[in-house]
Design a protein around this ligand. Structure first.
Ligand code: ADP
Ligand code: ASP
Ligand code: MG
Length: 409
């Protein structure tokens, strides 16, 4: 008998029929003798609907109130799934995040889980019940409802699996595993049998939204066996695991991309010590995260252009801040671009192989795609390109690195 934490995403619980189907699936696992904790998302589209409702009240909803509203999405699904389970004769109980003490910090809309008290869940499991927990939500020390950021139900599931020392955490979704890239963009993308935590973490942070970044971090830190599977088809899905001898020795495991980026350039700043600090200090104080940074000295040797990328949602605010400090900096102008996208190659195999970046640049050049920025680390190469070339670029790279074919060890 194993203790399994399962998570079903929005599409998997998107209609009453699908909730019934999830109930049947849960019951089948239970009949095999397993104990089950089931985490669910809001029905597909519901979180977006609630966000639109909030913005019809005010342009900037108070983060605390937004969390009270958003948490209702998952609260509806836990009750519905528990009813469906009970209707089929399976004892079940639903709980909100607060009821099972998913304690978070107070950062509304992007809270982090600090602690989970598994006592209540364990008591229900011991009594033979399936425990249904609302994903994406928790409670802070003062009793305020918090949410964990988009895609946060993945993190609830992994954190619960860690706290309960579950044997496996299974993420059921609308694809049957983690692919070499988003199969919606490249139909030839290939499902990976396994991927390392390290690679999955890079893929998630570079834009592959199949798993929330925090979920992968948690799973790696607490060594939670994590698997991504389809809600609709049977199969083994993808296991996220530590690197081992038996793994495919692929150079590149996958291609991630992100359309949510924007870029800002401060043009013609005097080339003096402290410039980077003067530009990025006010940005950091406004709690805006910066991703890639490039600074280059102009041919005159006197001035420098300073460019960085950031989340598109933060673009307007960052632009206003920079326009304010531009005078103080003696900069010529501030310019920006919101129509960019980032494409990244990820693979632990890169560590021991040279030439990956040049193959990447060659493949993009052949398609006439201009690279605006480049950044590399041990296991990834990222480029920024015009948004309109995103899909073409991803397809060209998938082809150039022959990712639809399994690697030979
Ligand atoms: P859920 O609502 O179940 O949490 P998500 O929409 O958050 O589902 O995540 C699943 C989606 O992630 C897939 O439908 C797919 O389009 C997308 N995706 C992006 N990159 C990948 C990838 N490398 N492998 C598989 N799916 C990916
Ligand atoms: N319902 C939330 C969202 O849409 C959380 C989740 O689905 O994981 O982002
Ligand atoms: Mg998701």
């Amino acid at each position: 008998m194993a203790l399994i934490v399962q998570k079903y995403g929005g599409t998997s619980v998107g209609t009453p029929e699908r909730i019934h189907a999830v109930a049947e699936k849960v019951i089948r696992y239970r009949q095999q003798g397993h104990q089950l904790v089931v985490v669910v998302s809001a029905m597909s589209g519901e979180t977006d609907r609630l966000l639109t409702l909030a913005s019809s009240m005010t342009e900037r909803p108070a983060p605390r109130e937004l969390d009270v509203l958003l948490a209702t999405g998952e609260q509806a699904t836990i009750a519905l799934l528990s009813m469906a389970l009970q209707a089929q004769g399976c004892p079940a109980r639903s709980y909100t995040g607060a009821q099972v003490h998913i304690l978070t910090d107070g950062a509304h809309n992007k809270a982090r889980i600090k602690e989970i008290d598994g006592a209540r869940v364990n008591a229900d499991l011991a009594a033979g019940r399936v425990v249904v927990v609302a994903g994406f939500q928790g409670v802070d020390e003062s009793g305020n409802i918090t949410t964990l950021g988009r895609g946060g139900s993945d993190t609830t599931a992994v954190a619960l699996a860690a706290a309960l020392k579950a044997d496996e955490c299974q993420i059921f979704t609308d694809v049957d595993g983690v692919y070499t890239t988003d199969p919606r963009v490249v139909p030839e993308a290939r499902r990976l049998e396994r991927i390392t935590f390290e690679e999955m973490l890079e893929m998630a942070s570079l834009g592959s939204k199949v798993l929330q970044i925090r979920a992968v971090e948690f799973a790696g830190k607490y060594n939670v066996p994590l698997r991504v599977l389809s809600s609709f088809e049977s199969g083994d899905g993808t296991l996220i695991t530590y690197e081992d001898e038996g793994m495919e020795q692929a150079l590149i495991s996958g291609i991630a991309f992100n359309r949510d980026e924007a870029k800002l350039t401060v043009v013609g700043v005097p080339d003096q010590p402290g410039v980077a600090h003067l530009i990025l200090g006010p940005i950091a104080r406004a709690n805006i995260e910066v991703d890639m940074i490039i600074q280059n000295v102009a041919p005159d040797g006197q001035t420098t252009d300073f460019t960085f990328t950031l989340h598109r949602n933060d673009y307007q605010r960052a632009l206003e801040i920079l326009q304010e400090v531009a005078g103080e900096l003696g900069a010529r102008q501030v310019s920006g671009d919101t129509k960019i996208a980032k494409i990244s190659l990820v693979g632990v195999g890169m560590r021991s192989h040279a030439g990956i970046a040049s193959t990447m640049f060659e493949a993009l050049a052949k398609e006439g795609i201009n690279i605006k920025m480049i950044s590399t680390s041990e296991i990834k190469v990222s480029v920024v390109v015009d948004e309109k070339y995103l899909e073409l670029g991803v397809r060209a790279l998938h082809e150039a690195f022959q990712l639809s074919q399994a690697a030979t060890a």
